[in-house]
Design a protein around this ligand. Sequence first.
Ligand code: B12
Length: 213
Amino acid sequence: MTDLAALTVAIEEGDRETAVALTREAIEASEDPGTILKSMTAAMATVGRRFEANEIYVPEMLVAARAMKEATALLEPLLVGAGYRPDSVAVIGTIRGDLHDIGKNLVGMMWKGANIAVVDLGTNVTPERFVAAAREHGARIVGVSALLTTTMVGMRDVVDAVRASDLADVRVIVGGAAVTADYAAQIGADGYAANAASAVGVARSLAGGAQAP
Ligand code: B12
């Protein structure tokens, strides 16, 4: 059995090599991907707490995030699964001014795993780009991520831009550590999910069985 506690520590310490090796080992040992993922996200929670307590600074947070990204990339094929046939399309991105993308990437992976085609716009995405990409790809879902209290206010602009466009069937789902269900309701978003697993149910119910073009 893989030492998943050691995986958590490796990510916290930004030890990419160990994090990747332990993730490979866990996958080869057929550990449940959800359990592996939990041990990774636990590391990010600790890193956040330590940053807040001024025990670590941005560089340490950055190396931890890099270790996390490399390790989660190995999990993607397992989370997405084989025989992927999309039945709706989502565009997803991190809001303008915000560079955090780990949570957004996980939501994208879970959506792909749920047969939703995902167009990932990356980070620092303007409302106009969300709308243009949704139109271009015939998306039913626009997923917006924000991790900062200073950037989450921009989510309202995405909702407003979608409403002001000709995309009447597009539903906006918001999430990210800074966002709450109350805030989502306040800005008029159609959906909110606190984590990548619950984002699947929310997207499915809002996509309403629309077919990919
Ligand atoms: C890693 C990290 C970084 C990395 C990001 C690297 C990367 N590629 O993402 C780096 C070092 C770059 C960084 C920079 C900064 N960071 Co930072 N960062 C973090 C940290 C430690 C972890 C975030 C993370 O990846 N979590 C793990 C993922 C899995 O969780 P998640 O993002 O919340 O996503 C889940 C849910 O929220 C949800 N979700 C997420 N997105 C979406 C989208 C949709 C549509 C849905 C439905 C759901 C959903 O599902 C996800 C999976 O379950 C957090 C602390 C924390 N606990 O959040 C601070 C944190 C977010 N950062 C913080 C700060 C202050 C900063 C900086 C301003 C620091 C600085 N002084 O420069 C900069 C800002 C840079 C910028 N312009 O964006 C603060 C924010 C405070 C606030 N409330 O505004 C935090 C909370 C740390 C703290 N406790 O103070 N950071």
